[in-house]
Design a protein around this ligand. Structure first.
Ligand code: SAM
Length: 296
């Protein structure tokens, strides 16, 4: 089966980025290259995309997709927080737009062996960048109970964090928890049946929390929100697509702070959300929120 990631809110993102030839855009979360390809099409013949991505498999995918655009697509296997250094090495002082499309791509979620999905069986890994050394199994088997509970509660907004953590700790005392299925089973057993939703898998929040911690997603976003605007030219724009409330809140608050400081102007007073038609076609789009701010 061919795996595919459908880019989210493409028209809205492109409008906000005001893609035009001759301009330079940063795609900080290149993924399969869906948004980047759209930028390259709309900035023909000489617009440039600097794509950053830390997952080698996604880089390979995007590399194939963007090959027809030759040197207009510059791809780096880096954490997006390295953007200022990358621009320095390229001798670029400022860019016209920055896009972040946060979270996982469908390619990561669905590919066996990465451990992101509670559906299939796989090693409890969850690293987007396989060069990092801490996996979800390391956290689940090694963290003290209180720390694990805090992660599930804060990053997963999981109201059953205490029960789930206790169940994890009692299981790991018997034997280490090594697979996604083993962890899902523990979560199913820990949440009282009458509180288990039929629509949302009960393991969703636990998996989300561990993934955020393994990849230090909130720390990276925080750093980009604090420093990304500095590399934008005047009137350059930053667009961020987020998929859960923790991230959306961080983006909203950071943009407000930058507006108070007089360095950015918010263009989306309320976040934009996908049309009903898009939500029907692409279930992954359902929780998307798009915010944009412009440098003053
Ligand atoms: C939702 S996908 C992006 C999909 C892409 N917009 C497309 O249309 O194909 C998010 C991607 O960002 C990458 N990513 C997440 N955090 C990152 C970070 N701090 N630095 C670099 N890449 C990151 C993930 O590995 C994933 O491939």
């Amino acid at each position: 089966m061919e795996l595919k990631h459908i880019p989210v809110m493409v028209e809205e993102v492109m409008d906000l980025l005001r893609c035009e030839p001759g301009r330079t855009y940063v795609d900080g979360t290149l993924g399969g290259g869906g948004h980047s390809e759209e930028i390259l099409k709309r900035t023909d013949p000489d617009g440039v995309v600097i794509g950053m991505e830390w997952d080698q498999k996604a880089i390979d995918e995007a590399g194939k997709r963007l090959k027809p655009y030759g040197g207009r697509a510059r791809i780096f296997r880096e954490n997006f927080i390295c953007l200022p250094e990358i621009l320095k090495t390229m001798e670029i002082k400022s860019v016209d737009g920055i896009l972040l499309d946060l979270g996982l791509s469908s390619l990561q979620l669905e590919r066996e062996g990465r451990g992101f999905s509670f559906r299939g069986e796989g090693p409890l890994d969850m690293r987007m960048d396989e060069r990092r050394d801490c996996t979800a199994a390391d956290l689940v088997n090694g963290l003290p109970l209180e720390e694990l509970e805090r992660i599930l509660f804060e990053y997963g907004e999981e109201r059953w964090a205490r029960r789930i953590t206790r169940a994890i700790v009692s299981e790991r005392e018997r034997e280490p928890i090594q697979t996604t299925r083993a962890l899902s089973k523990i979560v199913y057993g820990a949440i009282p049946k009458k509180f288990q939703s039929r629509k949302i898998d009960p393991a969703t929040r636990t998996f989300q929390a561990l993934r955020i911690r393994v990849n230090e997603e909130l720390e990276n976003l925080k750093e980009m929100l604090e420093s990304g605007w500095k590399v934008l030219r005047k009137e350059g724009r930053m667009c961020i697509l987020s998929f859960h409330s923790l991230e959306d809140r961080m983006v909203k608050e950071a943009f407000r702070k930058l507006e108070r400081e007089g360095v950015m102007h918010i263009l989306t007073k309320k976040p934009l959300t996908p049309s009903e038609e898009e939500q029907k076609k692409n279930p992954r789009a359902r929780s998307a929120k798009l915010r944009c701010a412009e440098k003053i």
